[in-house]
Design a protein around this ligand. Structure first.
Ligand code: MF3
Ligand code: CO
Length: 264
């Protein structure tokens, strides 16, 4: 449970900003008829131009620069050569390291023609993210964060996929504490309270269907059992005494996230 200095947090924020600069330039329609492997290669080139190295490549044997999870693939999709098509939604998840500091971010995009249900799923994922960002501050417990996410998902008619938690981040991609977004995931260390200067990822993974997923034999490509679409936004925030600040995105306050995704 590391507490980072203002200077260290600025460095993490610089890397987060690099990832957002990539998301900001993605126009989904540009990728219709192009493969996820092409998008992944583009992400690799952009990261290197920005002086950020892809942390996922080789992580537990992961074979690409980014995770690209389309439609019913919930998380950890290995980019495939299947061309994107109208109606697809996809989550691009990128982890990057620059100057010894990590950033980790995910964004879900919709192609024109995406189903109303898929679009509602994306909006629900944003709404849950925004609810959590609105309450994180020093002194909040891991369990309170989980309760907030679970309740916000319920209000949106959605569910949090329980397997996937947020995490501390900074020197390493995944640091303590784990940040579950379901209360039954918060049983063990749920009483742990964040200190000012702790940096965590907020990344609730959301579906409108039954939140049961199965991953491939290699552990990647996790899909919903009922084939419902899933969506997932991930931001990094620093806990402060009076709330939290989003790293990247110009350092906006957690309470200032707008009602709709800021790009995509
Ligand atoms: N954003 C993902 C997470 O926090 C990054 C996983 S890295 C991977 O779980 F290599 F495992 F995909
Ligand atoms: Co993460």
């Amino acid at each position: 449970m590391a507490i980072y200095s203002a200077l260290q947090i600025r460095r993490i924020a610089q890397n987060a900003e690099a990832l957002f600069s990539i998301f900001r330039r993605i126009r989904p329609t540009d990728w219709i008829d192009r493969a996820a492997t092409d998008l992944d290669a583009w992400v690799g080139r952009e990261l290197s131009r920005l002086g950020v190295s892809p942390s996922m490549a080789g992580y537990n044997g992961y074979p690409a620069n980014s995770c690209i999870s389309a439609n019913d693939v919930v998380v950890h999709g290995i980019p495939t050569t299947r061309p994107f098509a109208r109606g697809d939604i996809f989550t691009l998840d990128i982890a990057g390291q620059g100057g010894g500091w990590m950033a980790d971010s995910a964004w879900t995009f919709a192609m024109p023609g995406a189903s109303e249900r898929a679009v509602r799923t994306i909006q629900a994922a944003w709404t849950v993210l925004r609810a959590v960002a609105g309450i994180v501050r020093s002194g909040i417990s891991v369990r309170e964060i989980a309760e907030c996410a679970e309740e916000a998902a319920g209000r949106a008619g959605a569910s949090v996929v329980p397997q996937f938690a947020g995490h501390g981040i900074g020197r390493e991609l995944h640091e303590a504490p784990q940040i579950p977004f379901v209360t039954n995931g918060a049983s063990g260390r749920g009483g742990y309270r964040l200190d000012a200067g702790e940096v965590i990822s907020i990344e609730p993974v959301i579906t409108l269907g039954v939140p049961v997923v199965a991953c491939g034999e290699d552990g990647w490509d996790c899909r919903t059992d009922d084939r419902s679409p899933a969506a997932h936004f991930e931001i990094t925030v620093v806990a402060e005494n009076d709330g939290c600040r989003v790293l990247g995105l110009g350092g906006m306050r957690g309470t200032d996230l707008p009602a709709r995704p800021v790009f995509g």
